[in-house]
Design a protein around this ligand. Structure first.
Ligand code: NAD
Length: 426
């Protein structure tokens, strides 16, 4: 049976995520002394597609869903970015996520641009059959603008490897040949990469290891909390725990918990799989979302959705390091407060780039008809993401700025250089 699904309302009004993205771009443009024309190009998505999706529901009625694919910039390579299913999806959210993808692939220095997709729907209230029909209709609707050398989608919130398999099958059926490189995050049986399922969490841990070195924090004794115990958050917890760090708090859409003694991330994953939530985990106590974000821990990972750390929450954050597994969890105002309070921020476009880095490795394996072992994939991920961390940290030290601005200087700088060198058509 479909589980009750609710998105918690935070205590303060939420800013428009695309306005946040433009504000971050404006700050980077100032440091980079960007030409006004280049800044304008980077402040606008190259292509925005809105589609209507008629879907036969199980009760025999037809419902029309709205979906989006925003292709932000492809100066450095084909568009790349996930597809999200959520009732709160808006065009501005998808635009923001597509801009962040553009800077993210650039920070990771992989040959991609940035895109994002989404459908306004409540997947927890839909049957597998309804989800499959909606996904296939969406795949058919965006088929003209995606492709292995054009735009390569991937999973995001409430989509998974099965969703990717339906998109692959629909696209390949329409094209008349099997095209595994059109999508990443696929099941292994269809050309997916070993290590992709845990890549975002693993990459975030590699960044946290580097941040701990910079901040002289011993991970063997460190404590941490995770907001949003889904794919990214639970894998982050499971892998960080192998370094000796202790999980003291977690949450999902149904609520937040803490515990006086460290929680075993593997057991919490199994408990959530069985019951549908972290709430009620044996030995834990319920707390509010804000209390979770303000727990007295060394490392905090927001791994749910945008705008979860607002100014009022930021003032009470006690963590020394924030690892943003989620995209856009911290508003620009909250960022300033955290920076002033000397919280070391590993920004989303760096912290969660492990997912797109291993998506890139999956795509390369598909195009080259080769396959790497999980150890080889994890090794390449570690080299790529620690290299990206160093580039961002060096930029933040050189310009005397926080890590987010450092990441934007690196990410926007490379895209701006590519846009400038390509020139303006015609
Ligand atoms: P997911 O659907 O697996 O997990 C999301 C989790 O967040 C769920 O446990 C859900 O219950 C929880 N959640 C939702 N609303 C919440 C709320 N208000 N408070 C607390 N928890 C809440 O999704 P995911 O793939 O893990 O993505 C999470 C974030 O990470 C998103 O911002 C996504 O864009 C980002 N991200 C994911 C990947 C990836 O490879 N999965 C890659 C890069 C970035």
């Amino acid at each position: 049976m479909a589980q009750k699904y609710e998105t918690k309302q935070m205590d303060q009004p939420k800013p428009n995520p695309f306005e946040n993205a433009l504000e971050q771009l404006r700050i980077a443009a100032e440091y980079l002394k960007l030409d006004e024309g280049i800044h304008q190009i980077l402040a606008n998505p190259k292509r925005q597609l809105t589609v209507s999706l008629p879907v036969r529901m199980d009760n025999g009625k037809t419902r029309v869903f709205t979906g989006y694919r925003v292709q932000y910039n492809d100066a450095r390579g084909p568009f790349k970015g996930g597809i999200r299913y959520h009732p709160g999806v808006t065009l501005d959210e998808v635009k923001a996520l597509s801009a962040w993808m553009t800077w993210k692939t650039s920070v990771a220095n992989i040959p991609y641009g940035g895109a994002k997709g989404g459908i306004i729907c409540d997947p927890k209230h839909m049957s597998p059959g309804e989800l499959e029909r909606m996904t296939r209709r969406f795949a058919a609707a965006i088929a003209p603008i995606i492709g292995p050398y054009k735009d390569i989608p991937a999973p995001d919130v409430y989509t998974n490897s099965q969703t990717m398999a339906w998109i692959l099958d629909t696209y390949s059926t329409l094209e008349g040949f099997m095209a595994p490189a059109v999508i990443t995050g696929k099941p292994i049986s269809l050309g997916g990469s070993l290590g992709r399922d845990k890549a975002t969490g693993r990459g975030a841990v590699f960044c946290t290891v580097e941040a701990a070195k910079v901040n002289k924090i011993d991970l063997k004794r460190a404590t941490f909390a995770v907001q949003g115990f889904g794919n990214a958050g639970s894998n982050f917890a499971e892998i960080l725990q192998t370094y000796g760090s202790k999980l003291m708090g977690a949450s999902d859409s149904k609520g937040a918990i803490t515990s006086k003694t460290p929680m075993d991330a593997d057991k919490l994953i199994a408990y959530k799989e069985k019951t549908g939530s972290v709430v009620g985990f044996p030995g834990s106590q319920p707390i509010t979302d804000k209390e979770l974000l303000q727990l007295d821990v060394d490392i905090l990972s927001p791994a749910a959705l945008e705008n979860s750390i607002l100014p009022d929450t930021a003032r009470g954050v006690k963590a020394k390091i924030i690892t943003e597994c989620a995209n856009g969890p911290t508003t620009p105002e909250a960022d300033k407060i955290l920076h002033a309070n000397k919280v070391f921020m590993i920004p989303d476009i760096l912290a969660n780039s492990g997912g797109v880095i291993v998506s890139y490795l999956e795509w390369v394996q598909n195009l080259e008809r080769i396959s790497w072992t999980e150890a080889e994939v994890n090794d390449m991920l570690e080299k790529k993401i620690t290299g990206a961390f160093k580039d961002v940290h060096d930029a933040s030290v050189k310009h005397g700025v926080d890590m987010r601005t450092g990441a934007m200087i690196v990410g926007v700088g490379r895209v701006a250089e590519a846009v400038k060198t390509l020139g303006t058509f015609p």
